[in-house]
Design a protein. Structure first.
Length: 306
């Protein structure tokens, strides 16, 4: 073993995030941000309900525009998680925190991490993918982050681990060369599609996922396991649910690993989720924004305090 020092993993706080308001807060913020980016210059005073105010509350008030309301909205939304357990050394933050280190976050996964969607019958990678939306949300809130998107179309968990099917290198080689502080891993939909056609070895999927997690941890990364989004085909979706459960179990079995449970957050927090899967599998811009909000809520507790 080399004597090269590795950067210590970022630490979560001790207190759990509140469960009840999560889905509603995330959904309202996702809708508002999606609305803003679609029409950045128009008045959004009637969208203020997502920060807990009714339309009557803002009747007659001056309209807010663009970046101003996005920042206000995110900060208020973030306030719902003020007791979530920010980094354990948050109380030691000083006035010099403006010089804090930029946190590098590397996002790995399949086409739903890359940002593939179907528009007008054609598959394309939307610039409003979850990674770009997450970057916008964290930056708007004042966090110093550097995100990179390593999504690859059509891959399964084996491909990410072995460096096959368009993945440029093995997972070990990737983790050795990566300068990321945090890695977020999201595969499973294509594994489920294979199972849909007859292959069904959940033990294999869990073993390979466990390898991904342990290798990343061994290279000093803070690891987030992200479950797939649901899909509209009921048979495939049932398999996705099993994969999501297996991924949650891996997190429990590997202390210091964290879960971003897109599968259940989407089903619980966005009742119309199926309408936002143009081909039944890949999200549209609205659902990608929702996914980014779920990721932000999970990641914020391990980021250096503002």
């Amino acid at each position: 073993m080399s004597g090269k020092a590795t950067r210590p993993a970022l630490r979560l706080g001790d207190r759990p995030c509140p469960k009840a308001p999560e889905a509603s807060a995330i959904l309202h913020f996702a809708r508002a941000l999606d609305d803003l980016q679609a029409s950045p210059g128009r008045s959004l005073s009637t969208s203020s309900q997502f920060i807990g105010r009714s339309d009557e509350d803002v009747a007659g008030s001056a309209p807010l525009h663009g970046k101003c309301i996005m920042r206000i909205a995110f900060i208020v939304w973030l306030g719902a998680f003020a007791w979530c357990g920010f980094p354990a050394d948050a109380s030691a933050a000083t006035a010099g925190s403006a010089a804090r280190q930029t946190v590098r976050i590397a996002m790995y996964g399949d086409s739903t991490m890359l940002g593939t969607t179907r528009k007008n019958g054609t598959y394309t990678v939307t610039p409003r993918n979850a990674v770009s939306q997450l970057d916008a949300m964290l930056t708007a809130a004042g966090y110093k982050v550097e995100l990179s998107n390593h999504g690859v179309n059509m891959i399964i968990t084996d491909d990410l681990l072995d460096g096959t099917h368009g993945v440029p290198r093995s997972w070990i080689a990737e983790m050795k060369s990566s300068k990321a502080d945090i890695v977020v891993i999201n595969t499973g939909l294509n594994d489920a599609a294979l199972a849909r056609t007859g292959w069904d070895d959940m033990a294999h999927v869990k073993t390979r996922w466990t390898q991904l997690v342990k290798i990343a941890i061994a290279h000093g990364k803070t690891v987030f396991v992200e479950t797939p989004n649901p899909c509209t085909d009921s048979t495939t979706d049932a398999i996705v649910a099993r994969i999501a459960d297996a991924q949650a179990a891996i997190v429990k079995e590997n202390p210091g690993t964290h879960l971003i449970d897109q599968y259940h957050e989407i089903r619980r927090g966005m009742p119309t989720w199926a309408a936002h899967l143009p081909d039944g599998i890949h999200p549209d811009d609205t659902l990608y924004t929702f996914k980014a909000a779920v990721e932000a809520r999970a990641l914020i507790p391990v980021l250096p305090p503002l």
